[in-house]
Design a protein around this ligand. Structure first.
Ligand SMILES: *Cc1c(COP(=O)(O)O)cnc(C)c1O
Length: 364
């Protein structure tokens, strides 16, 4: 069996150990004689797993019991409207720090539910190549929350420090860099992420929110039941059938993270991986070009251009032949993108960097 060097942006690589564990338990999970996909979500075996995954998530994130961890569905994209539905109303406003396509999409949804202030780093000619500067962060103090996207999956930029919101609750879409590095949980009020980039398979959306922020959400009677954070918290994310298999895979992935040293070790490793790729770009005498401002460079999604669209096409094709897949940039921006999430090993990144050097020698 030959495993691909998988740089897919999402769904993305899952650690081989995790897949093997799931394979081993596929037909008989916890001596039930059933797969985890076949047991009742009301069974004691499932409930133990559910609670364990929440506990592990909090432990890895350094979150105390004041944090509620919800297992929802509908992808991160559903949080774009669920969040403002729960918090915005007549006379309430939110602020959005827009640094890429996903934060733009989040803002568009929020505007349906209330007034929104936009602070954007979009280039005059369109597109994004940087994160906002501290001097640009004039967040209106009457905001119910301020929303940002920690890593811009499409444009390859990432927040390296967190803004001082001067007391305004900070909400973060962490879909493409959650648990890729340590972060100060205490600075945030709510974080969310689709699981399919760094935490397992698709179908599960994680929302973690602090008690004091939950207390400011709309009440149950003001919202459709399934769209109320309060309902999901009160029912421990078991109001309806949760995505049991994805939660099981999350738990295995979190276990793998703990075994491998947690977020600090992961952060160092991800830096090391990203540095290798950026070095290959920067030392290519302009053959490879990263369009992003240096201080804003993402360690998760590394984007670069080649001298021509033909060269880029050739790069994708030859990479695939060499077993390196998922390197085509997002259809909205083109170019090349390496998505090197937690499950992309240092060895895989080294293989890809060798391929880059070799390709340049042949085509440069
Ligand atoms: C992938 C992604 C999304 C969309 O996630 P879905 O789960 O497909 O809805 C949202 N935000 C960011 C930052 C992403 O990377």
């Amino acid at each position: 069996m030959e495993r691909a060097v998988n740089f897919n942006a999402g769904p993305a690589a899952i650690p081989l150990e995790v897949l093997k564990e799931a394979q081993g338990e596929l037909l008989d999970w916890k001596a039930t004689g059933m797969s985890v996909m076949e047991v009742s979500h009301r069974s004691k075996e499932y409930e133990a797993l559910h609670n364990e995954a929440q506990e592990r998530f909090r432990r890895l994130a350094g979150m105390g019991s004041e944090w509620k961890v919800l297992f929802l569905t509908g992808g991160a994209s559903s949080q774009f409207f669920m969040l403002p539905m729960n918090y915005l109303a007549e006379g309430r406003k939110a602020s959005y720090l827009v640094t890429g396509s996903w934060s733009k999409a989040a803002l568009k949804e929020a505007r349906r539910f209330g007034a929104c202030a936009e602070i954007s780093s979009e280039n005059p000619g369109g597109g994004f190549t940087r994160i906002l500067k501290t001097s640009e962060l004039d967040i209106p103090s009457d905001s119910t929350y301020v929303h940002l996207t920690s890593n811009n999956t499409i444009f390859g930029t990432q927040w390296k420090t967190w803004p001082d919101t001067r007391g305004v609750p900070l909400v973060c879409d962490m879909s493409s860099d959650i648990f890729s590095r340590p972060f100060p949980a205490g600075d945030f009020s709510l974080i969310y992420a689709g699981a399919q980039k760094n935490l397992g398979p698709s179908g599960l959306t994680l929302v973690a929110l602090r008690e004091d922020f939950l207390a400011r959400a709309k009440t149950k009677d003001q919202l459709p039941t399934m769209l109320s954070y309060r309902v999901h918290e009160e029912h421990n994310s078991l109001y309806n059938t949760p995505p049991c298999f994805s939660i099981y895979m999350l738990d295995l992935t979190l276990r793998w993270l703990e075994k491998n040293g947690g977020l600090k070790v992961m952060g160092r490793l991800n830096e090391e991986k990203a540095t290798l790729v950026y070095k290959a770009i920067d030392s290519s005498s302009g053959f490879y070009r990263n369009p992003v401002e240096r201080e804003s460079r993402s360690s998760m999604n590394i984007v670069f251009r080649l001298p021509s669209p033909e060269a880029e096409e050739g790069f994708v094709k030859e990479a695939k032949a060499a077993g390196i897949i998922g390197v085509k940039g997002h259809r909205s921006v083109g170019g090349i993108r390496f998505s090197i999430y937690n499950a992309s090993s240092l060895d895989n990144v080294k293989t890809a960097v060798s391929f880059m050097e070799d390709f340049k020698k042949r085509r440069g």
